[in-house]
Write a protein that binds this ligand. Structure first.
Ligand SMILES: Cc1cc2nc3c(=O)[nH]c(=O)nc-3n(C[C@H](O)[C@H](O)[C@H](O)COP(=O)(O)OP(=O)(O)OC[C@H]3O[C@@H](n4cnc5c(N)ncnc54)[C@H](O)[C@@H]3O)c2cc1C
Length: 465
């Protein structure tokens, strides 16, 4: 099996930057990403038709093409459509197994960068499993990858992605009927003292104000302080119901696009047994890393949104820092040069991170999402309700892994991606325990569903035996 100096999982801004720089330092690099082209979530399809929609998707999106070109022009090998489903430690390095259309393959690497990005937070509200309900990110993926805009749509939830998507839909000629937001003016007021701390990231902050100004120009109906969101409809979404100022309202629509911010995708970092901490502001677990992005396991780096949500502009310097340290560890860069080159990216990373406390306070996760009603489905795959999880908690079930034994929650094809955080929140409240003590699902390989046919095609190796 081929051994490379570095394997990077994820070709978003973090992974592309780390791979391009490490390759530039003379390291042999392979980049694995399940998407058909590099770009990650934000720059999805930017080099394969996305720029044709530049006027709709905006300048920030098009800027991603530079990163994609840098990666493709580098000596790093980019494996397209490569779904990574197994990572096994070797005596020296790691063995990574992935599947492409052509079948499964393995690669061994001395060092590993996990740049697997973010997932949208699960939004368990009544009716969220009905056809016609998607996340806002999914609505945006339709636009970026296929040029399709959801018609007759209401955007609901909290977070700047709702504004960006509403603007992009408007530019595409199909503005949403309304944006129904769960944060209130009280949250915005509470966030105000944090604006000072966010000023180090003033460029991104001002872009955010620009976004709000453009949104006002599109004259989209905005409702804030909404509570008790519920999608109504028989067999499919027919409207959104919510309470505001003590009154219950309904907006008829065909599509509801939900959003409550994004959370780190920690499936791989958890399966590898890295240490994680509960991040109260982001209400999610984040892998513990040092200033270079190296995790508690030497040789495994976690960068970008997967290491804690900080956005695409932070993902780039995080990729640079990881590449500098990896090149240094590999003997391709001396310590003095590493430290000299690290100054600028470190500053940019800190500036972007400084915005987060403000955003977390201004757009908090809705109370109904953190503590769903008993009848609301929390595990979509196994059809388990919040009430059932609470019932198990009352019977003595203390942790997410035990809930699997009680009722298979988290054991479906999504492998806990869309219920894990909700189950942790429910158990923490039920037992009045800190989230860090409740913990999260133990994730095991394979990271993604894999067929028996794919397994049969693989030659056994030392790590697999
Ligand atoms: C749905 C969605 C839409 C977003 N839209 C915007 C936006 O419009 N504007 C904005 O500023 N920010 C947006 N964000 C946030 C933004 O994407 C991130 O801040 C930024 O992309 C982080 O970069 P990254 O390199 O850490 O990860 P990402 O860009 O998310 O890249 C991670 C990559 O890893 C790949 N990957 C993950 N697991 C595996 C695996 N097992 N095998 C193979 N590949 C894998 C993914 O396919 C993805 O390509 C969005 C986030 C989400 C979740």
């Amino acid at each position: 099996m081929q051994m490379v100096d570095l394997a990077v999982i994820g070709a978003g801004p973090a992974g592309m930057t780390a791979a391009t720089m490490a390759a530039g330092a003379g390291l042999s690099v392979v980049v694995l990403d399940e998407q058909p082209a590099p770009g990650g979530q934000i720059y999805r399809a930017v080099a394969s038709g996305g720029t044709a929609r530049a006027d709709i998707l905006g300048k920030d999106y098009v800027e991603g093409a530079v990163l994609v070109q840098g990666l493709l022009a580098s000596t790093a090998r980019h494996e397209r459509g490569a779904v990574v489903w197994d990572i096994a430690p070797l005596d020296e390095g790691f063995e990574i197994t992935f599947s492409q259309e052509s079948g499964p393959s393995r690669v061994a690497a001395r060092r590993l960068v996990l740049a697997t990005g973010a997932l949208e937070r699960p939004i368990p509200v009544p009716g969220w499993t009905l056809p016609g309900v998607m996340t806002a990110g999914a609505g945006q993926i339709l636009l970026k990858a296929s040029g399709v805009v959801a018609g007759s749509a209401v955007l609901a939830g909290s977070g700047p992605l709702l504004y960006l998507l509403a603007i992009q839909m408007s530019r595409a000629g199909a503005p949403p009927l309304a944006i129904v937001e769960t944060q209130s003016w009280r949250d915005q007021l509470r966030a105000t003292p944090r604006v000072l701390g966010a000023l180090r990231g003033w460029r991104t902050l001002f872009k955010g104000f620009g976004l709000l100004a453009e949104l006002r120009g599109h004259a989209i109906r905005r409702i804030t302080g909404a509570r008790n969101l519920a999608i109504i409809g028989t067999g499919r979404a027919e409207g959104l119901q919510f309470t505001t100022k003590g009154r219950t309202q309904q907006i008829s629509c065909d599509t509801v696009l939900l959003h409550q911010g994004v959370v780190p995708n920690t499936q791989a970092s958890r399966a590898l047994g890295l240490e994680h901490d509960w991040h109260h502001g982001q209400r999610a677990f984040v892998p513990r890393t040092d200033i270079w992005g190296e995790s508690t396991h030497r040789g495994i780096f976690v960068i970008g949104d997967g290491a804690g949500i900080a956005g695409a502009k932070a993902a780039v310097p995080a990729g640079e820092l990881a590449a500098l340290q990896i090149a240094h560890q590999a003997g391709a860069l001396d310590k003095a040069t590493r430290d000299k080159k690290a100054g600028a990216p470190r500053k940019r990373l800190e500036a972007e991170r400084s915005l987060r406390p403000f955003l977390e306070a201004a757009y908090p996760v809705a109370a109904q999402v953190l503590a769903p009603a008993d009848t609301t489905m929390v595990c979509r795959c196994e059809e388990v309700t919040a009430g059932e999880v609470r019932k198990w908690a009352a019977l003595g079930c203390k942790g997410p892994n035990q809930t699997k034994a009680f009722g298979r929650v988290g054991m479906g094809p999504c492998q806990g991606r869309y219920c894990g955080l909700t189950v942790t929140e429910i158990l923490a409240r039920s037992h009045d325990m800190p989230h860090s003590a409740v913990g999260s699902y133990r994730i095991r390989m394979p990271l993604k569903p894999v067929t028996l046919g794919e397994l049969a095609l693989l030659e056994p190796t030392d790590a697999a035996e």
